[in-house]
Ligand binder design. Structure first.
Ligand code: NAD
Length: 472
């Protein structure tokens, strides 16, 4: 007598047993079969994602909504685990802030609801625009927010109906692959296909390049610095490039200065300033600098003297190549670690180092990704805005301003031309935390998509019915 069990159900049981057998750590790729996205090679990762894409395409919209809810739920359930793994593996940022980033990604990333169809009706009938998936999307992810970018990308890309292959940063591979494993487990438990998101167990720049140019890959999404953006743009595929920034903040004398100081502190100290949107340099007007510094001194900061800053610059900036760059040893480390490097010990209470500098100081122009914030002065608000534009360097990423002068706020918003511009709030408000709107951890700067959502990862398709179905 035949077993009353479908092939799909049998496969699901085999996968679940395999997963149980391999324990709680990352599930290893079974011989030739990819389980929960854990792939040994680029081809394995792409092939498994391509199969998952076909299976996902056969699922209903309600199924997709359920899978996304399952991803949100597993991200929230495991937010501490993933934060701990990310922190222990990368040594960047702060554990408690990584929990907050995982939570934000799970709660504030929009799902399928953002894919509203468009309709046109008239004398010639009805035309609808709908949003179709691309297929297999490659996501190159950064070391700075490994699990939160992957959770955010997973929700957006799955809501759009795609399957995703991740090439994680080599220094964040274990926590990234764990996130992918949890995502697949959740989708499978919700009745969906396995491998909706796959990843290469041992990612390198070479596997990233191979993925970006793979013939079965339909779209490339690169979140990182200048080099990966350039590599993605060379891939010949449809590209979403979320590149670096150097967000300046302007504070003028009309601002609520205590609030401005609190916001600048919050944004620049969050996760040791490794968020791409975080405040990296402050320009105060001459009339605002003293009250601003007085308010900053009430917070958990350490003010560097001129000689301490000079000593710190020798530690944190490397000038051995063509261009000065930040010393990776100090990227994302606590302020107390930076202080120890110049002989100031025992200051674990400090979250941010600040220093007053001249307008041409090197630190203003480097994306430092460390909790050290240069503050400079300009004679008036227009000069402050002009300097902030120079500091931003045309990355088109993020900028902030604290002012009650509507004309000045409007001037800066227009001229700096960044993807995110936050007025009278911290940079986190631009991500929907303490400000309105949804979140994104991949902000399309170089290619212009802005805060990415499922809408970013779809193709527009039009269907026209001629002469009928205008019902009024
Ligand atoms: P990174 O550029 O060193 O690495 C990012 C990813 O790109 C990694 O997976 C890395 O392995 C890969 N990579 C790097 N060079 C590559 C190349 N030539 N070919 C193929 N792959 C390559 O950046 P990071 O240190 O991981 O992250 C920090 C940077 O990312 C900062 O500059 C930050 O501003 C930026 N970032 C931007 C956004 C955004 O949404 N715009 C979000 C997060 C981080």
């Amino acid at each position: 007598m035949a077993l009353p069990i479908s092939e799909a159900e049998l496969e699901r049981i085999v996968r679940s047993v395999l997963s149980e057998l391999t324990g709680n750590g990352n599930v290893k790729a079974a011989s030739g079969r990819v389980v929960h996205g854990q792939s040994r090679t680029v081809d394995e990762a792409v092939d498994a994602a391509a199969i998952a894409f076909e299976q996902l395409s056969a699922c209903s919209l309600d199924d997709r909504k359920r899978f996304i809810e399952a991803i949100r739920a597993t991200g929230l359930k495991n937010k501490e685990l993933l934060a701990k793994m990310s922190h222990e593996e990368t040594h960047l940022g702060r554990y408690e802030h990584k929990i907050a980033k995982n939570e934000t990604a799970c709660k504030l990333t929009p799902g399928v609801e953002i894919l509203e169809p468009k309709a046109f009706t008239g004398d010639h009938g009805l035309t609808v625009h709908e949003w179709a998936p691309f297929g297999v999307v490659v996501a190159i992810t950064p070391v700075t927010n490994p699990s939160s970018v992957i959770l955010n990308n997973a929700i957006c890309m799955m809501a759009a109906g795609n399957a995703t292959v991740v090439n994680a940063h080599p220094s964040a591979k274990a926590c990234s692959m764990k996130t992918i494993e949890l995502i697949n487990q959740a989708v499978v438990a919700a009745g969906g296909p396995d491998n909706v998101m796959t990843g290469v167990l041992d990612p390198t720049i070479d596997t990233g390049t191979a993925l970006m140019t793979h013939r079965k890959v339909d779209m490339v999404v690169a979140t990182g610095g200048v080099a990966v953006v350039r590599a993605a743009l060379r891939s010949g595929k449809r590209v979403v490039a979320a590149g670096p920034g150097n967000p300046p903040v302007v504070v003028d004398e009309t601002a609520d200065i205590p609030k401005a100081a609190r916001c600048v502190f919050e944004g620049a100290s969050f996760d040791n300033n490794i968020l791409c949107v975080g405040e990296k340099a402050v320009v105060c007007t001459a009339a605002a600098i003293r009250p601003f510094m007085d308010e900053m001194r009430k917070l958990a900061i350490y003010e560097l003297s001129t000689s301490e800053l000079a000593a710190l610059m020798k530690q944190i900036v490397l000038a051995d190549g063509n261009k000065p760059r930040m010393n990776g040893k100090f990227v994302g480390r606590n302020a107390s670690v930076l202080l120890e490097s110049i002989g100031v010990r025992g200051r674990e209470d400090v979250y941010l180092l600040i220093c007053q500098v001249l307008q041409d100081h090197q630190l203003l122009f480097l994306e430092q990704m460390m909790p050290v914030l240069p503050v400079t002065t300009a004679p008036n608000v227009n000069a402050a805005i002009d300097l902030a534009i120079e500091i931003e360097q045309g990355f088109g990423h993020s900028a902030m301003m604290h002012s009650r002068d509507l004309a000045a706020l409007s001037r800066m918003a227009k001229l700096i031309d960044t993807t995110l511009f936050v007025k009278n709030g911290s940079s986190l408000a631009g991500l929907g935390v303490g400000g309105e709107g949804y979140t994104a951890f991949t902000i399309g700067t170089a290619t212009g998509e802005g805060m990415t959502t499922a809408r970013t990862f779809v193709r527009e398709r039009r269907c026209a019915l001629v002469d009928y179905f205008r019902i009024v």
